[in-house]
Design a protein around this ligand. Structure first.
Ligand code: AHR
Length: 503
């Protein structure tokens, strides 16, 4: 009979998980800001216009870091229009999404909102249609205490203390032909080198993210990574990766194999970083910022119609993917992949957070609700803090149409030494068979089962909606831990969270 064996040993540590691995992303796009996090007049809105039903759900996710304000939006962003007295801010044409940006919500409003959800800001600068001077001015506005043009401008806006934003993206997807002000690799290498140099002169305490390829299939990948890093290596700290998967082909078996591509993508980018490090005889290590990852494919046709035929709307319905149960499995698999690489992936942003390819959706005159993908991210964020352990997994395999033979089960374990708890996250991506699991707990003597939570559904295409959560985690009572062994069953097509703690 087919079965899975996992061996868990606290001696085999991969790395401590950086909390920023559970980051997310808010872009001025669609209804992420207007009608999402900010909707004055909504029954749950506070005096600043922040929807408290959304705040509540974001807090549940315990997101420590939020990337802002884009995305493609940032590449033609004029930050000066988004600060100061709201009634003096101009509306602008957002060329990235062909929408109208009213600028009634800007940096100041976002900063205060992040305080409500206990998150730090990961700020992006426009290296598309603007450049080094603009990036410096924004940083001076945000982080310099006072006594200079832009720090005093901030103070004149009533913000005495600097925002002190510590993490900055040097542009966004600059290799993409769709990007405003897109660049060749040498052009981006040079402008990011000069921007990085200048920004670290203003505030040496900041960390900088260099743009990697927009996705692995870009024709210039991985030469883009090598060339740009050769230019900016001394000034940057992280290299970005972006990936979205989808099941447009309606081949669920092969869809769930795509997390193997993500694994391969990470390994390749690590190799390129280390190649440039060796070439430069450098002692500095560049780590990875996977600052856009998710499933994205459902809403593409409607989006094209909106941007092409109905442009310049304020907060149009864009990228409003309604996620299925199988998308939740995919997000779980991607989360497992990120955790497995905790030694090099230090930052990751689920893209995005509200309404736009998001775990949280809002009804204009109604409630905020949780999509299917909310749950794997929520579980990982709640229980995935600690040290990732290298598992020995002996899993059966199955065939796929595009990825050959793949493992039925993907899993990762995180040991929270302080709380004396260990959590195993596992996806059974075999769509046909339940699999008995035996886990050898060897070095976890004295630990007992806290519980097993699973996400299952009879229909891979089930979705949640404002009317209710058809996909919702449930406690499973089929796990038992005894004599250093745990026995359970990983049901076909399931996301599992198995938690153990010291007695
Ligand atoms: O997250 C949606 C978009 O995807 C972002 O604006 C862009 O960076 C990426 O292509």
């Amino acid at each position: 009979m087919k079965q899975v064996k996992i061996t868990l040993d606290k001696a085999y540590k991969v790395a401590k998980v950086d909390d920023r691995l559970f980051g997310s992303f808010i872009e001025h796009l669609g209804r992420a800001v207007y009608g999402g996090i900010y909707q004055p007049g909504h029954p749950t809105a506070d005096k600043y216009g922040y929807r408290q039903d959304v705040v509540q759900l974001v807090r549940e996710l315990q997101v420590p870091l939020i990337r802002y304000p884009g995305g493609n939006f940032v590449s033609n962003f004029f930050w000066e229009d988004s600060v100061g007295p709201v009634d003096k801010r101009p509306a602008r044409l957002d060329l990235a999404w062909r929408s109208l940006e009213p600028n009634t919500f800007g940096l100041e409003e976002f900063y205060h909102w992040t305080k409500q959800v206990n998150a730090q800001i990961m700020m992006a600068v426009n290296l598309g249609t603007r450049g080094v001077a603009d990036a410096c001015n924004l940083l001076e506005y945000c982080n310099h205490p006072g006594g200079s043009k832009y720090s005093d401008l901030r103070r004149s806006h009533g913000v005495e203390n600097p925002y002190n934003i510590k993490l900055w993206c040097l542009g966004n997807e600059m290799d993409g032909s769709w990007q405003l002000g897109s660049k060749t690799m040498d052009e981006y290498g040079r402008i990011s080198q000069e921007a990085g140099k200048a920004m670290k002169l203003i505030d040496p305490s900041i960390e900088l993210v260099s743009c990697g390829s927009s996705y692995r299939e870009m024709p210039t990948f991985p030469q883009w990574e090598a060339t740009t890093l050769e230019h900016n290596y001394d000034y940057v700290d992280y290299l970005s990766l972006h990936t979205y998967y989808g099941n447009a082909a309606m081949d669920s078996n092969d869809y769930l194999a795509k997390s193997d591509d993500m694994d391969d993508f990470i390994r390749t980018v690590v190799s390129v970083c280390d190649y440039v490090k060796a070439k430069k005889r450098s002692k500095k290590q560049i780590n990875l910022s996977f600052d856009e990852w998710n499933v994205w494919f459902h809403a593409s046709k409607e989006d094209a119609d909106t941007t092409e035929n109905h442009p310049w709307q304020k907060a149009p319905h864009l990228l409003e993917d309604h996620y299925t149960f199988e998308d939740a499995l995919m997000v779980g698999l991607m989360m497992i992949t990120l955790l497995k690489h905790a030694d090099r992936v230090k930052i990751a942003c689920l893209a995005q957070l509200v309404n736009v390819i998001a775990p949280i959706m809002t009804e204009e005159n109604g409630i905020a609700w949780r999509q299917t993908i909310f749950y794997p991210f929520y579980h990982a964020s709640c229980y995935g803090r600690g040290t990732v352990l290298q598992l020995a997994i002996d899993s059966p395999k199955h065939e796929t149409s595009g990825h050959g033979s793949i493992t039925d089960v993907e899993a990762v374990a995180v040991w929270n030494e302080e709380a004396e708890e260990v959590t195993v996250f596992a996806v059974n991506r075999n769509l046909e068979e339940d699999l008995p699991l035996t886990m050898d707990l060897r070095s976890f003597e004295g630990y007992e089962l806290i519980g097993k939570t699973e996400l299952v559904s009879d229909d891979l295409q089930t979705v949640n909606s404002a009317a209710g959560e058809k996909v919702h985690p449930r406690q499973a009572d089929d796990a038992k831990a005894e004599g250093g062994q745990l026995e359970t069953v990983l049901r076909k097509a399931s996301w599992n969270v198995i938690r153990l703690g010291r007695k």
